[in-house]
Structure formats: C-alpha cells, structure tokens
Design a binder for this molecule. Sequence first.
Ligand code: SF4
Length: 470
Amino acid sequence: MNLPDLKKAKIRSLNQVEYKVQDYAFTRMFEGKKYFLRTYGCQMNEHDSEEMKGILEYYGMTPCEDLESADVILLNTCAIRENAHDKVFGYLGRIKHLKKEKPNVIVGIGGCMSQEESIVEEIRKRHPYVNFVFGTHNIHELGRLLIEASGDAHQDIEVYSKEGEVYEGVMYKRDSHITAWVNIIYGCDKFCTYCIVPYTRGKERSRKMKEIVKEVMDLKEQGYQEVTLLGQNVNAYGRDFKDGTEFSDLLEEVAKTGIPRVRFVTSHPWNFTDKMIDIIAKYENIMPYIHLPLQSGSSRILRLMGRRYTKEEYLSLFEKMKERIPNVSITTDIIVGFPGETESDFEETLDVVEKCKFDGAYTFIFSPREGTPAAKMKDETPLEEKEKRLQRLNERINLYSKESNEKLLNKVVPVLILGISEKDESKVYGYTDTMKLVNVEAPVDTIGEIISVKITDAKSFSLDGEQVKE
Ligand code: SF4
C-alpha cells in the first residue's frame, strides 16, 4: 500500500532524472478477457490510456464498448476540473451496481485524480469495491496490480508521490493509424497557483532527443501522417539537460524526419523563445497552429495565478507570432472568476480577446483544486456573476472563431482526413494545417491522406468543404 502525499509530490530536488526501460512482466491469465477503459481529461491522459491499452492487449485482452461485458474496468481520471471529479464518482455508482451482479469484475482507477490524497481517502471509505488505485508514475505496474487483484478482495492503493523517471520502451496501442501523440516532456515545474498538475505529474523531465526522433521515424515508416509532441509545457523541453538544449532544437530535428505534419501542445507563453517562432516559420511540415493559454488578461490576476507574464508581454508575443509565422492560427485557454477577479480585471480579459481575435478558446469558470495555493485565496464573486462573465466571454470567443473560419470561405486548404464525419455519414472529416475541423465531401478512401479542400461553409466550430482535384 502506497498512499499519495501532496507535500512529497511538491518536492523538486536537484537529483538527476533516471532513465529506464520499461519491463512488462508477461502473463497469459487474462487471455480472451475483455476490458473497458474510460478516459477523462487532456491529451496526456489520452496518451497514457494508449499505454494502458498496450499492456492489456499484450496480455491477450480485447476492448469492449459496454461496461456490462467487461472483465476489467479501468477509469483513467483527470484532476484539473471539478466536473471531471463529479463525472468519475457518478460513473462509480454504475460500477458499484455492476460489481454486485458480477463480483469478479476487476475495477481499477488511475490517472491524476489518483494522485490526490482526498480522492484516495474517499475511494477507501466509500468505494471499497474498487480493486486497486494506481497513479501517473506507475502505469507500467498495471499488469502486477491486475494479477494481484484476481481472486483477492482487498483493495490495493499503489500511488507514488515522487518527482518521476523517464521510461523508454513503452508499449502503446495507438487509437489512430494516421495521427500519433509523442511524449517529449513529463511533469511541470511552473506551479501556477490554481493548478494541480505539478503535484500529480512530478517534475519537468525531458525524454532524450534521439529517442523522440527515433519514435517519430518509426511512426513515419508505419505511414503516420502527423505527430503531436506532447507535454504539459512543451517549451520547457530540454531545460533539465542543462546543456543549452531547447524545444526549438527538438522541433527542428523532428521536422527534418520529413513526417508530413508536426504539431505540439501545450505551450506556456513565458518561455516561448524567438528561436521557436523562427523554427515554426521555417519548416513547412510544422503546422502553423499554436495553443497559447492566456488564462487572464489582467496582469494583476496573472500575478496571483503565478503565470510569470503580463498582459502586455502576452500581447507582444502574440503579435510576434502573427507577424513571423505565415497564416498562423492561435487558440487559447481562459479562466473566468479566479479569486479576486473584479469586473475591471475581467474587462482586461475581454480587451485581450478583442485585440487577439483568437481562432478558438477553451473557457472555464475557476474551480479550486485542493492543495493548491489558489484554493485558499479569498473568493468573493458569486457563482451567478462568474456565469454571466463566462457567457459574455463565450459570445466574443464564438464571434471571432466564426470570423476566422469565414476568412477561409471559397479558399482551398490542405486537410488531413481522419475518418467518417460524425455529423453526416456521407462525408469524411479532417483538420486543416491550422487545426480547423472540416466536414468534407470526399470518398472514404481519402481517409489517411492530405487532400485539397475548397471551403463552402463556415460555422463557429467547424467548416464544410468539398474535395478539389488539383
Ligand atoms: S504550466 Fe501552469 S497550468 Fe500548465 S500544467 Fe504547469 S502549473 Fe499547470
């Protein structure tokens, strides 16, 4: 039994990062069994789930779509927002009933929520039917936990609160054969005051460049069209090597592999260097799309958030990107109602939105995360007022998002086709180089290809188009 400890999770020592190779113990005891895996939260979690699936399928298990058919149920949880917590506990209600009918079903909970003391306490007290809880640092132990849970009714908690290592040789069962996530850096050392990630995912630790480039080369050889370099803060890449390596060096090496499309997510405005901008502009296969979280337009609130930049610095970085990267599209994240946010602070945010006219934005009402400094800050704004601010903000965001989509009307753009459109099964869907979703009139055999598409209609969140042969 290893219980999470937020104080321990906060430690950042000068210890060298340890590089290890994954060694998954093999067993045949789950052959032919079915697993159900539900993922909450960010792309990092999606990619962690690909590792979990890799392990489960290595043991001969197959996925199933419904809870009731599963022999193993795993929830890969998210700790960023309150509603993710609520959804997980709501879902556990369904699992509890199922466990009564099928007591041999193995239930495991992993992901960021597992790294939180209060959550694990709640699972121990109120959800004893959960067989095991594991964290973000020990996904590779999933096999051992499953074996131990078979035929054993006691609940096991194996969550480590540590800075973390870097593992190579991870087995992924990727969800797509066209686009792939590639981890480049784990953890975060920024400690923004509202964010739990530095506690749940450990310190910033970069994978070696040669391992990343090798992974991208392998993916290219397998026919992948696009990679997305993943990190909580990708532009911190290489700083832990302390040899002058920075993200732009990696980006350049990845671009040189010749894979058709390279993306990266997420960037912190604080250490986004000129060199990074130049490299993005220089290589045609680095997509002109940057997700650049603003969080607030008020320098006073940004200081309280611990974001390390001012409104003016954000705006000048934004301008520089727009000037130097042709056709770049920029999206953002904004938190409304951070403790102490006044109407005039909020208007500063609207002012930035007005100036930047973002291509899109994820907007949220602040929700306190236990154990973070912001959770203890005085918050006098009523929820009703925060909801009104969110609505006002979303109206602007949607307006500018639609405007930016309308600029593409009648233009021909490259679209990587990913599958059958969810809205209209006679169409396919894909993304432009600038990361805009397009539903396209084109044959099914274009899936996996980058095709030319003429845009025929523009909405706030998507575009319609038709394939053009050039
Ligand atoms: S940069 Fe800030 S918001 Fe992003 S993961 Fe790190 S602490 Fe959280």
